[in-house]
Design a protein around this ligand. Structure first.
Ligand SMILES: [Ca+2]
Ligand SMILES: [Ca+2]
Length: 216
């Protein structure tokens, strides 16, 4: 009897340990979404000194051909001065310690000079405001080889109680400078929501408050 009850106890402890491990694993489960710019949608937002800051258009082919399917996102810098960028993904519902991974393919054929782009991000803790800004989140610093397509990836770790992350493609450097990107993939924990251009109605800053009114 003693041996049996010890066996039961051992199995019970083993089951509890398994359950705890499953719960830990569940909290770490993540999902991945991709954006290939196969419709007429472009970006979630943009920033810069020009009007508009960047001329963004989903085009068939592009000079390097597509990485995935038929279309790529063409980005022509339209700002004379300052940082210029488009917002390609927006992750909301994040928690401290979460990881967000993103990879995107970028294309230019000007090694060591503009046109070029970098993959960066900023915090935005207001899930209702595309234009909210709560500080830089850093990102990739190199401008790529400039010898055709190359894939750039970055991982952000959530800290300081931030809950939202906006992933940027920063374009360099002068009006008319054009680069192409395709096949963005974003991985975030299951409890977070990943917003992509193909899922969101693109909005201008002036109309966003009206859209917010619809969702609230
Ligand atoms: Ca594509
Ligand atoms: Ca370049």
């Amino acid at each position: 009897m003693t041996m049996i009850s010890l066996g039961h106890r051992s199995r019970l402890l083993s089951s509890v340990a398994t359950l705890i491990l499953l719960l830990i694993a569940a909290s770490a489960w993540a999902h991945t979404v991709t954006e290939s710019w196969e419709g007429s949608h472009t970006v979630l937002g943009m920033y810069g000194s020009g009007t508009p800051p960047v001329i963004a258009e989903a085009v068939v082919g592009g000079p390097g051909g597509p990485i995935d399917a038929a279309q790529v996102l063409q980005l022509m810098d339209n700002s004379q001065t300052g940082a210029t960028m488009v917002y390609v993904a927006w992750i909301v519902g994040l928690q401290n310690g979460d990881s967000v991974d993103a990879c995107i393919w970028r294309y230019d054929t000007t090694p060591g000079t503009s046109p070029s782009c970098r993959l960066r991000a900023h915090w935005n803790d207001d899930p209702w405001d595309t234009w909210g800004y709560d500080g830089t989140a850093g990102g990739n610093d190199d401008h790529g080889a400039g010898e055709g397509w190359d894939e750039v990836c970055w991982t952000w770790t959530v800290e300081n109680d931030h809950s939202g992350l906006v992933i940027e493609v920063r374009t360099y450097r002068y009006p008319g400078d054009t680069i192409w990107v395709d096949y963005l993939s974003v991985t975030a924990p299951d409890h977070a929501t990943i917003r992509l251009p193909e899922h969101e109605a693109p909005v201008e800053s002036t109309s966003w408050s009206a859209v917010k009114g619809l969702y609230r």
